[in-house]
Design a protein around this ligand. Structure first.
Ligand code: GRF
Length: 231
């Protein structure tokens, strides 16, 4: 990942609000995350999240799919932009496009995403409504490496959020999103510190294969430290 002693260099890809991006930028600013965001690239020039990036002094770029004939051409242009910054990691933060296999292969072991569910449950869209429809009592979010199959790469860390009796998709989404902000920062710090690493096709935690995702404890948990699930 990053060279020892050097902050993790990031390029973030967004499409909209950018609240996860803001959480990452704020954590860097507060000295809680040993990283730097060199550029933020959006699928839309009017994405509100770009403003967070500008304020933090990151380069901002927009790449509109309407200007490209197909997915592969778009992804090659995107790759060209990202590679100018030579990031250690490419961070998907509400990037609303399916990425081509070639793009994902190019950034193998350097591409991460946050997904609002306890993967492997509820891959894809509308996870909060689907959690309610399925009568789940627990929902949450996961940060994972991206592989060619949608929402299926190795999960680094998850946070669990109880589903309340009177939850709507909107109230559940709000509570999950609050936890996402802490989760993404924590996942990135695990990578920045080298505690979590993906080597030789295996996700490792302190050098040992990570068979289950790490679990982030929420504010209400007795133990606020990041802890491992069963191995
Ligand atoms: C988050 O819920 C994230 O899990 C999903 O897209 C949403 C992005 O929100 N991938 P924001 O743009 O970071 O506010």
């Amino acid at each position: 990942m990053a060279d020892a002693g050097r902050p993790l260099s990031l390029v973030a890809l967004i499409s909209g609000r950018g609240s996860n991006l803001k959480a990452i930028l704020d954590a860097i600013d507060a000295g809680e995350l040993d990283a730097g965001v060199s550029a933020v690239i959006s699928t839309r020039a009017d994405a509100p999240g770009l403003e967070h990036a500008r304020r933090a002094g990151a380069d901002t770029l927009a790449l509109d799919a309407a200007d490209y004939p197909d997915r592969d051409t778009y992804d090659r242009a995107l790759q060209g932009l990202i590679d100018r910054f030579a990031p250690d990691l490419v961070v998907l933060a509400g990037f609303m496009r399916i990425l081509s296999a070639g793009f994902v292969r190019h950034y193998r072991e350097r591409l991460i995403n946050i997904h609002p569910s306890l993967l492997p449950a509820l891959r894809g869209l509308h996870t909060h409504q689907r959690a309610l429809d399925a009568g789940l009592t627990e929902h949450g979010a996961s940060v994972h490496f991206v592989t060619e199959e949608l929402d299926s790469g190795p999960v680094i860390i998850q946070v669990r959020v109880p589903v309340l009796d009177d939850d709507t998709a909107a109230t559940l989404a709000t509570r999950v999103l609050q936890q996402e902000h802490r989760l993404y920062v924590q996942a990135l710090q695990l990578l920045a510190s080298g505690e979590v690493d993906w080597q030789d096709e295996r996700l490792c935690y302190h050098g040992q294969p990570l068979h289950q995702p790490l679990q982030m404890h929420t504010e209400t948990s007795e133990n606020r430290q990041c802890a491992q699930d069963s191995f």
